[in-house]
Structures are given as C-alpha cells and as structure tokens.
Design a protein around this ligand. Structure first.
Ligand code: PNS
Length: 159
C-alpha cells in the first residue's frame, strides 16, 4: 500500500492545507494527516479541536485519516508504515527550511519528502495570517473551510 503523510500544526486547517491533502489523496492509496501535538508556538486550538476540525473537513475523502502525533514525524512514519511525507511549497521563503527538514528526514530515516506547488489561489495563505486577519475583524471566509470559520469566530470572540 502506498501511504503518504501530511504533517502539520493545522491551527486551524485552511483551504490551502485541504487542497494539498486532497491532491496527495489522489496520488496515494492512503493519506494520513498527522497533527502535531507539541507546537513551538502557542496554539489557538487544542489538539482535540484541530483533529476534530480536520476529520470533519476531510470526511468526503475516503482514503484520508487523521491522527495526532508527538515527537518526530519520521518515527510516526515508521510506526504507520509510511514511506513519504507530502508537503505544499508556497514560495521561495518556504524552501530553505523545508529542504533542510526533508534532507534530515531522508538522511536519518530514509523517509522521502514529496513537494507539491501550492495552488496559486492559496499561495499567500497560512494559519497564522488567517488568525491575525480574523482577530482584527477581517473576513476569512473563502480561506478556511466553512466549519472552521464558525469555530474560529467563536474562539476569537472568547469562547
Ligand atoms: O504546520 P507547520 O507548523 O508548518 O508544521 C510543522 C511540522 C509539525 C510538520 C514540523 O515541525 C514537524 O515535522 N515537526 C515534528 C518534529 C520533526 O520531525 N521535526 C523535523 C526535524 S528534521
């Protein structure tokens, strides 16, 4: 079975993430979306909320499942018999760090990384920008899936 992983913080999942997950799903027998438990940055949503949102919005994709992970993504790959990581590259600014991680993951664990160029519609999009824009009253509908929009609005309003 050809299995890919899409790892990330997903705080929250955006339409850009969903685009990459869907395209990865068309290349593989199964895609595992791996949601990082421990983030270097403070999360707006708990790990349970991030996993729930992803399960909701990936429901139509039959060969996608969503799991949480803690520690190294390559260990998650080994435990789940995953041979490659699928990631989206938005701009040159993503490249340096992603390249370093990909080379580290390959050299230390033999796990490949497949990069997909982000859909130009979402090339500027990040969870951080969505949160900042929404926090100050900006309209982020069209940037995040519908169920996420409601949760984001509620969370930023203080619930
Ligand atoms: O959505 P993000 O924040 O860009 O996701 C980053 C993530 C979680 C994919 C990345 O930090 C990661 O893989 N973390 C797990 C720890 C790890 O394996 N680091 C790679 C060292 S080469």
């Amino acid at each position: 079975m050809r299995r890919l992983v899409c790892p990330g913080s997903f705080d929250p999942v955006t339409n850009g993430h969903l685009d990459i997950i869907g395209r990865a799903a068309s290349l593989a027998d199964e895609v595992v979306v791996a949601v990082a438990l421990n983030l270097s940055k403070t999360a707006l949503f708990t790990i349970e909320e991030r996993v729930d949102m992803l399960r909701q919005v990936t429901k139509p994709l039959e060969n996608v499942r969503v799991e949480r992970f803690d520690g190294l993504v390559v260990d998650f790959c080994r435990q789940n018999e995953i041979s490659a990581i699928a990631k989206g590259l938005r701009a040159v600014s993503d490249f340096d760090y992603e390249m370093q991680m990909a080379q580290m993951n390959y050299s230390q664990a033999g796990v490949e990384t497949l990069f997909m160029t982000t859909n130009p519609l979402y090339a500027f999009l990040s969870s951080s920008l969505v949160k900042e824009f929404a926090k100050y009253g900006g309209d982020v509908s069209g940037l995040v899936p519908e169920p996420v929009l409601g949760l984001l609005t509620a969370r930023l309003a203080g619930s």
